[in-house]
Ligand binder design. Structure first.
Ligand code: TRH
Length: 360
């Protein structure tokens, strides 16, 4: 099959991260994928080696080259990520191909991830197109999600095997981390209001912790609180440069606790199986509070983890308190239970293929 995936980078890296992962998953199964993207700059570190079968094409003001609009390149499936309105020339190519060969092709609107109940309700619903070259066609909403009644989550078929064969110490050494058995905590975040409190608690903890801080906003946030880059007490920091997505997974697999943010890394942290805290992408009117609580409900988060998550996300009247051993064990159990539930469900690329097969 031929797939065209359209993606606009709003801010941060989640849109591209998700679309790249989906493109890889489809191409890995033998399909041809074109990823149209308005700003591909982050792929230089996220996917420096590219992937066979995935063509990354610039989506900008310039007219699309005729060679990309020829008949034999018309997509079987048009994926519009997060309602980004695909290029009219490609929609026209898609519509023409459909009326020419009479074959049913699919237009998918891939939505944002949420555990809220509306996802199950809206997943798979049709949406008629009323304007532009696609007028008269029908798109379908495809919602990623955490339950079998949704589109599922992106998960590579060999993920668990790769994780089982992973050599933590060797990977850490390859990143210049001389690990001596101390607790490892990863930090991928925006600017969490409780970051100062976390650093202070880890500094004064009995157990030594090495915080591995990812590049970009997390690094800037920690540096703003700790300009020397060297905290005291039981806490030490390793500053990680931007790494490819595979190494981002390795980071999560290496750590005993993962702080993640946005929608792609929280899924990767679930696959890693260790306890996690999620800094959710902030939305107007605090709509993200409900989204976080829906996730915590689905996770079966113990009360102490809920409090911690609320504190990390700056909910009013909440304080961040690093867990004791018993609490941490309960958080780990919840995360492992969630992982087991997810592994019993089909992954997103598989669900998407099934959905398309049904529709066509
Ligand atoms: O970057 P994000 O905050 O993206 C956000 C969210 O997805 C949010 O919901 C969305 O609306 C907004 O973008 C526009 O977090 P996320 O989703 O986890 O994406 C980060 C991606 O970057 C993920 O694919 C992992 C990848 N990554 C690397 O590959 N290497 C790195 O070194 C780092 C730090 C990240």
């Amino acid at each position: 099959m031929r797939w065209d995936i359209f993606c606009k980078v709003i801010d941060n890296h989640g849109d591209l991260g998700v679309c790249w992962r989906l493109a890889r998953a489809l191409a890995g199964a033998g399909d041809q994928v074109r990823l149209w993207i308005d700003d591909a700059s982050a792929l230089a570190w996220m996917a420096p080696r590219g992937y066979p079968g995935v063509d990354v094409l610039a989506w900008n003001e310039a007219p699309i080259a005729a060679e990309n609009l020829c008949v034999d390149k018309a997509p079987d499936v048009l994926v519009e990520a997060f309602g980004c309105d695909p290029a009219p020339a490609v929609v026209e190519q898609f519509a023409n191909a459909m009326s020419r060969d009479g074959r049913k092709r699919c237009w998918i609107n891939l939505e944002y991830l949420s555990a809220e109940p509306y996802v199950e309700r809206l997943h798979g619903l049709p949406s008629p197109v009323f304007r532009g070259p696609g007028t008269g066609l029908t798109k379908h909403f495809f919602y990623p999600g955490f339950t079998p009644a949704t589109g599922g989550l992106l998960r590579e078929a060999d993920l668990q095997d790769r994780r089982a064969a992973f050599d933590r110490k060797a990977w850490l050494a390859s990143q210049g981390i001389d690990w001596q058995g101390e607790r490892l905590v990863s930090l991928f975040s925006y600017e969490p209001p409780a970051l100062g409190s976390l650093l202070a608690q880890l500094e004064s903890a009995r157990e030594p912790t090495r915080l591995i801080v990812t590049a970009g906003r997390a690094t800037a946030a920690v540096r703003a609180l700790c300009p020397s880059g060297e905290p005291g007490g039981a806490l030490s920091i390793h500053w990680l440069p931007h790494v490819p997505q595979e190494d981002f997974d390795h980071l999560l697999w290496s750590c005993d606790f993962n702080f993640v943010r946005g929608e792609d890394s929280v899924v990767r942290a679930l696959w890693a199986g260790a306890p996690l805290a999620w800094q959710i992408y902030p939305q107007d009117d605090d709509a993200h509070h409900e989204k976080l609580n829906a996730f915590l409900d689905w996770l079966g988060a113990p009360a102490s983890l809920r409090r911690f998550q609320h504190g990390w996300n700056g909910f009013a009247n909440s304080r961040l308190e690093w867990p004791d051993a018993k609490e941490l064990a309960a958080w780990a159990l919840a995360c492992q239970g969630a992982l087991a539930r997810l592994l019993a469900q089909p992954d997103l690329a598989t669900s998407l293929r099934r959905f398309i097969a049904q529709k066509s």
